[in-house]
Design a protein around this ligand. Structure first.
Ligand code: HEM
Length: 455
């Protein structure tokens, strides 16, 4: 370990960035467009930037080696940071926000229920849901536009209900709204550094407090109604079962609630954003849509989607990989350094806020040719092999790598292939799509699309 005044730190380079006088303007710009500020900082100052933000200073690193160091090689020196720290107010100590020994214990228990083999066992249920969605969309063909962002949010939440807890979440109308309120509060807390007391009756905070109460009620009902403890086949039962084996005692209701809210939140917005961006990009690239359609017809036609056919949807997988390169749902990975560190030759003091951004790494011109171009050919097996592993981190890296990546990718592949097999979606003419960097990177204001049947 180095200390702030150690020769090791003195010998390293100082991190470039705008001066203190820019702290307020940067803060205002961050509120309006976080991605633009970070893209500007990277273009102006390079791969390591010191970014004054109101009373704070952020250290933004944008090289694959930096990502490797912070997320994997020296991961023990970093805890979750900005936004995530505050998301704890809403999520409690679920897997996404917990730290240290508690996180290690939770991860060990939850990891097996997300294994690829178990996820594959859910393919039938996910495929049924995708067929139902496609039939419902088809019934809208030639009619008014459908908001695909709202459709995908409802769909992914529904699938999580079926795969995680064997419950029909559609009966809880307020669930989507509650998660929205949690996201808004977490962003507000990140920007105001969690300094605004929660009891202050700002409309946003009032909505958040109501959402938290609602979420607690909903999850308590679900937990009570699930096959908890009865050795059921749903994820929660398995989780409780393995927890009981691990610690020899029942999981407390609060802990159970935190874990479920975390999994539902982390699991549905991410996959829904991926699919929404996919539909947007495919509308802009009709040839890619054609190829997807042809692949789906050739691989599973009107028959059921099996594990084998899922593996043969290679072009669909390439398309999705390219979608989350351009629009990684988790666009920011914030961390706080526990002890002094040196990242890529730059000194970082204990307690510093360190930021990595999959969105900007995925568009780094030194690692991606024409990064603004949508091109699924970047993800052929040969091209993937040549790539620097840490230049592409849509699911993070190291010990805190996404636990739900298999489920998220399976779900997105099934939906995309099933919809492309039967339908064609086009954006409402003149509708301008732009990104909104909340906890996830989503399409601002929704995605109205017209449904056509595939020719
Ligand atoms: C396309 C879909 C998804 C993307 C792009 C994605 C992305 C990510 C990323 C980047 C992280 C790392 C965050 C960090 O290091 O700070 C993460 C963590 C996590 N994700 Fe996902 N995710 C997706 C789907 C899911 C699903 C379906 C679930 C669960 C049902 C899930 C649950 C989690 C959890 C619990 C963590 C925290 C793991 C830990 O800290 O040990 N994710 N995800």
């Amino acid at each position: 370990m180095t200390t702030r005044n150690s020769p090791a730190l003195a010998a390293v380079r100082q991190i470039p960035g705008p001066g203190r006088a820019s702290a307020l303007p940067v803060l205002f710009k961050m509120v309006r467009s976080r991605l633009d500020v970070m893209a500007w900082a990277a273009a102006e100052y390079g791969d390591a930037v010191r970014l004054p933000l109101g009373p704070k200073t952020l250290y933004f690193f944008n090289h694959p080696d930096h990502a490797k160091h912070v997320l994997a090689d020296n991961a023990d020196n970093y805890t979750k940071g900005l936004g995530m720290v505050h998301a704890r107010r809403a999520l409690g100590d679920g897997l996404l926000t917990s730290e240290g020994e508690l996180w290690r214990k939770q991860r060990k228990i939850i990891q097996p229920v997300f294994q690829a083999k178990r996820i594959a066992g859910k393919l039938g249920a996910v495929s049924d849901e995708a067929e139902r969605l496609t039939r419902r969309l088809r019934s809208q063909a030639g009619k008014g536009p459908v908001d695909m962002r709202a459709e995908m949010t409802a769909f992914t939440l529904g699938v999580l209900g079926r795969t995680l807890i064997d419950a029909d979440l559609a009966e809880f109308d307020s669930l989507g709204e509650s998660f929205e309120a949690v996201q808004n509060q977490a962003m507000f807390d990140a920007i105001t550094m969690g300094k605004v007391p929660l009891w202050l009756p700002l409309p946003l905070q009032t909505r958040f407090r109501r959402a938290r109460r609602d979420l607690q009620r909903i999850v308590d009902r679900l937990a009570a109604g699930s096959k908890a403890g009865a050795a059921g086949d749903d994820f929660v039962s398995r989780m409780i079962e393995s927890m009981a084996r691990e610690t020899d005692q029942r999981l407390g209701r609060v802990h159970m609630r935190d874990e479920l809210v975390t999994l539902l939140l982390a699991g549905h917005e991410t996959t829904a954003s991926t699919l929404s961006w996919a539909f947007h990009l495919l509308d802009e690239h009709p040839m890619v849509w054609e190829r997807l359609h042809d692949e789906a017809v050739a691989v599973f036609g009107s028959g059921p989607l099996t594990t084998d056919s899922l593996h043969r949807l290679t072009y669909t997988t390439q398309v999705l990989n390219e979608v989350i390169r351009m629009y990684p749902p988790v666009w920011l990975l914030p961390r706080i350094a526990r002890a002094d560190d040196v990242i890529g030759g730059f000194p970082i003091a204990a307690g510093s806020d360190v930021l990595l951004s999959p969105y900007l790494l995925h568009r780094h011109p030194a690692f991606w040719t024409s990064p603004e171009r949508f091109d699924p050919e970047r993800f052929t097996p040969a091209a993937s092999e040549r790539r620097n592993r840490y230049s592409y981190i849509p699911f993070g890296a190291g010990p805190r790598f996404c636990i739900g990546n298999n489920l998220g990718m399976m779900e997105a592949t099934v939906v995309l292939a099933t919809v492309a097999r039967d339908l064609r979606l086009t954006k409402v003419p003149g509708y301008k799509v732009s990104g909104e960097a909340m906890l996830t990177l989503r399409i601002r204001g929704g995605l109205p699309m017209t449904v056509h049947t595939a020719s």
